[in-house]
Design a protein around this ligand. Structure first.
Ligand code: KIV
Ligand code: ZN
Length: 512
């Protein structure tokens, strides 16, 4: 048996069936290009008979994309298969994916019309013949035909074997065993795949594919159980998007196979460093954000925060990481500074920022850090620098903001009046600007007699809601020196003015 597992991506077909999502053909093409960079083996581009837009998407991807095989889905219905044949006409490596339901629930529910027979036995026989006809018709368009036995996870095994044998006999080169409803559990699904290898006489003429849904959160585990028991193609989607709870997340399947090569003893041809980029693209295009704790591609997948973990990770990365972030496309691991980070993590970050502190200074900074971390979810580098300036290198308050008045509106020229205490003296001034923040900064510069340039301005909400606390960070530059100023207030213009004054105080500290 081959040790290569083919990766069949169905983000553009089953993935796009996720509730509330719809991709146009150009968007599908953009994703298909990225899937080709990821080096998936097969791209299922759509279901051409379902809509003119899907037909065009399959046609466009067939024309433009080289590398992976391009696959189109159909029911075991002649008009569906003909639509696939036409849409795939320009593909270098076309595949038609056709099939039919095999569980009693599907047979009795979807094929209840008497034209398929009156008893379960009669209907089963009709469906086998429909499968044979469908595969034969598909083979008249391409040599690469995949047959899906829908709801195989709940089918009666003997009938499933009979159906697969018939489909392979008719020319199916791949047989897909979908757990359509995500009903099976790994041990059972693995045993089902094993039993197919043992009970379908012509199975060696075909590759077994697994296609698992995530209704019980088991899609990846079931897919891997399939691989461990003989499947050599896995179907899934990027980020696990798809119908209901979605499909098996391909990034998880592939990284499990790679990370646990000692166990699975198979390989894929995936360029795993493209996973992050692909994940972000799919999330953006489908409007489905990736949860931070998502395995492999989530924002926190390589973040460390608790003291024990950070300490171990900084001593030896493998203590808390089983994959390297760069192998899936992250630039690096991240230590997130929170109340649980611990001194080792804090000292490491301060050193990276260029501050070598004595033990006493570190203790002082750590206490302030803890107080801040209790209020904020994450402490940023700018916060640390501010703490250092307060505790270790206090900045004299040359300028103090006493008063700020802003006149602004949709049809008014923004004007700011400020009063500063400058080395004990009160001074006032006013200025107009492009906006209220600009006016406030200009008025402050004028009163302080400063020619500092504002080179960076950033604002973020520290709390949520319309009454949120705004935190402004500015970078000011004067005489070849750049400093950072910070200010916070529920009034974002006041926060901006305070940040500007803070920056001026730092510049004055250097000058003095
Ligand atoms: O889940 C499923 O059974 C499918 C088939 C159409 C392959 O998506
Ligand atoms: Zn599916």
């Amino acid at each position: 048996m081959s040790d290569k597992v083919a990766i069949f991506d169905t983000t553009l077909r089953d993935g796009e069936q996720a509730a509330g999502t719809r991709l146009g053909s150009r968007e599908k093409l953009t994703i298909a290009r990225q899937l080709a960079r990821l080096n998936v083996d097969i791209i299922e581009a759509g279901y051409p008979a379902s809509s003119p837009e899907d037909f065009v998407a399959v046609q466009l991807i067939s024309t433009e994309i080289e590398g992976p095989a391009i696959c189109a889905l159909s029911r075991a219905v002649a008009s569906d298969i003909e639509a696939c044949g036409k849409a795939l006409a320009k593909a270098k490596r076309p595949r038609i994916h056709t099939g039919i339901g095999v569980s009693d629930i599907h047979i009795m529910g979807k094929f209840r019309d008497e034209k398929y027979g009156t008893t379960l036995e009669e209907k089963r026989a009709t469906l086998v013949q429909m499968a044979i006809d469908a595969v034969r018709l598909a083979r008249s368009y391409t040599d690469d035909v995949e047959f899906y036995a829908e709801d195989a996870g709940r089918a009666e095994p003997a009938y499933l074997f009979e159906m697969l044998q018939a489909a392979i006999g008719a020319g199916a080169t791949v047989v897909n065993i979908p757990d359509t409803t995500g009903y099976t559990v790994p041990e059972q699904f693995g045993a089902l795949i094993r039993s197919i290898t043992e009970n379908v006489p012509n199975i060696s003429r075909s590759t077994i594919s697994v296609h698992c849904h995530d209704d019980l959160g088991l899609a990846v585990a079931n897919s891997l159980a399939g691989v461990a028991n003989g499947a050599r193609q896995v179907e899934g989607t990027i980020n696990g998007v798809g119908e209901r709870a979605g499909n098996a997340a391909l990034e998880e399947v592939v990284m499990a196979i790679r990370t646990r090569g000692d166990y699975f003893r198979v390989v894929t041809g995936i360029n795993t460093t493209e996973f992050c980029r692909t994940s972000r693209l799919v999330a953006d295009m489908l409007g489905m954000a990736v949860p931070p704790n998502k395995a492999v591609v989530g924002g926190n997948a390589f973040s460390h925060s608790s003291g024990i973990h950070v300490d171990g990770f900084l001593k030896q990365r493998e203590t808390y990481e089983i994959m390297r972030p760069e192998d899936v496309g992250f630039s690096d691991s991240r230590v997130v500074l929170t109340a649980r980070t611990g001194r080792h993590g804090l000292r490491d970050r301060l050193e990276k920022l260029g501050y070598a502190l004595s033990q006493g200074e570190l203790d002082l900074t750590y206490q302030r850090f803890l107080r801040l971390a209790d209020k904020k979810q994450e402490v940023f580098d700018e916060d640390l620098v501010a703490i250092l300036h307060d505790e270790i290198h206090p900045v004299p308050e040359t300028y103090q903001l006493e008063y700020l008045h802003i006149y602004s509106g949709t049809s008014a020229i923004p004007t700011a009046t400020v009063r500063l205490r400058v080395r004990g003296d009160l001074r006032e001034g006013a200025a107009v600007g492009d906006g209220p923040v600009d006016a406030a900064c200009k008025a402050i510069s004028q009163v302080a007699g400063s020619s500092a340039n504002l080179v960076r301005y950033e604002i973020r909400a520290v709390t949520s809601g319309t009454e949120a606390m705004g935190e402004v960070t500015v970078n000011l530059e004067a005489a070849g020196r750049r400093v950072m100023g910070r200010g916070a207030s529920t009034d974002v213009i006041e926060a901006s003015a305070r940040a500007f004054v803070d920056g001026l105080n730092k510049l004055a500290g250097f000058a003095g």
